[in-house]
Design a binder for this molecule. Structure first.
Ligand code: SAM
Length: 285
């Protein structure tokens, strides 16, 4: 089987199987060798690694991963792609394809069983409609991952990497940076995919922190505070937190906590670092 990362081979496979793209599954297949190499390089995949690929499609990126990794587990929701993958990956004996919705797979168990507790690498050209649940699911369920290298919508990559003061800074930035160090490895234009997506894309690597950059007594409260602050972005932190439905604090309690955390009384949530949110959560907990 030839490499698929170009328009000609991709079209040949699609025609051979009479495959129709399903928009609801976010199917935009890569047709650019340069981008495929870039993803594998950014992920730093070696022959020691177990790689989890989410959404292998017709197996374009999977072929590259099979050549660089020790083992690849690929989870694909669309059953029409399974016979195609059997064909396009027939030369590799180090790949397992699972026909499932990735959000329903116990990835922690899978990673632990398949890699003896050692952290795995996640590499994917993600289905964009579930980018956040996939990434936050990996972190929050404490799946042992060393890094997550994924193609995402460009705006999402920028938000993940943003810091305080930037218009892109928000709950997603803080959630991702609590668990990992983000690095945008490449910007990828629409014409590298078939069919072309409506948005620009980027490859981002999230390298999981070995030791958490901050300590916090109550992680849930930290994230409730972050969400409440950015839900009401234009309000001061004081008003945002005391008006939030999901938080039990009075205006006086919030004002006192803001002062104790060493923050200015009229600060906005978008100006706070992760460390400052953690300090506030500790005072309130
Ligand atoms: N990896 C291929 C490539 O780069 O050419 C395909 C990437 S395409 C952007 C996303 C893939 O994810 C599609 O194959 C789609 O069917 C699959 N997918 C969508 N939702 C999924 C889900 N919930 N679980 C597993 N795979 C899913």
């Amino acid at each position: 089987m030839a490499y698929l990362g170009n328009p000609k081979e991709t079209i040949a496979v699609l025609q051979k199987y009479g495959f129709n793209f399903q928009k609801k599954f976010g199917q935009n297949f890569l047709i650019d060798t340069h981008v495929l190499n870039k993803i594998v390089d950014a992920a730093g995949v070696t022959k020691e690694d177990l790689v989890l690929e989410i959404g292998p499609g017709i197996g374009t990126l999977t072929q590259y991963l099979c050549e660089s990794a020790r083992k690849v587990i690929a989870v694909e929701i669309d059953r029409n792609l399974i016979p195609i993958l059997q064909d396009t990956l027939s030369e590799y004996d180090n790949v397992t394809v699972i026909n499932e919705d990735v959000l329903k797979v116990d990835l922690k168990k899978l990673a632990e069983e398949e890699n003896g507790g050692r952290p795995i690498k996640v590499v994917a050209n993600l289905p964009y409609y579930i980018t956040t649940p996939i990434i936050m699911g990996l972190f929050e369920q404490h799946v042992p991952v060393e890094s997550i290298t994924v193609m995402v919508q460009k705006e999402v990559a920028v938000r993940m990497q943003a810091g305080p003061g930037s218009k892109d800074y928000g709950a997603l930035s803080l959630a991702v940076q609590f668990y990992a160090e983000p690095y945008i490895a490449a910007n990828v234009p629409q014409n590298c995919f078939m069919p072309r997506p409506d948005v620009s894309s980027a490859v981002i690597r999230l390298t999981t922190h070995k030791n958490p950059p901050i300590q916090v007594k109550n992680e849930k409260l930290l994230f409730d505070l972050i969400r409440a602050s950015f839900n009401q972005r234009r309000k001061t932190l004081l008003n945002g937190l005391s008006n939030a439905q999901n938080l039990p604090f009075s205006k006086e309690q919030v004002a006192e906590a803001i002062e104790k955390a060493g923050l200015s009384a009229n600060v906005r949530g978008e100006a706070l670092t992760l460390m400052e949110f953690a300090r506030l959560a500790d005072v309130l907990s």
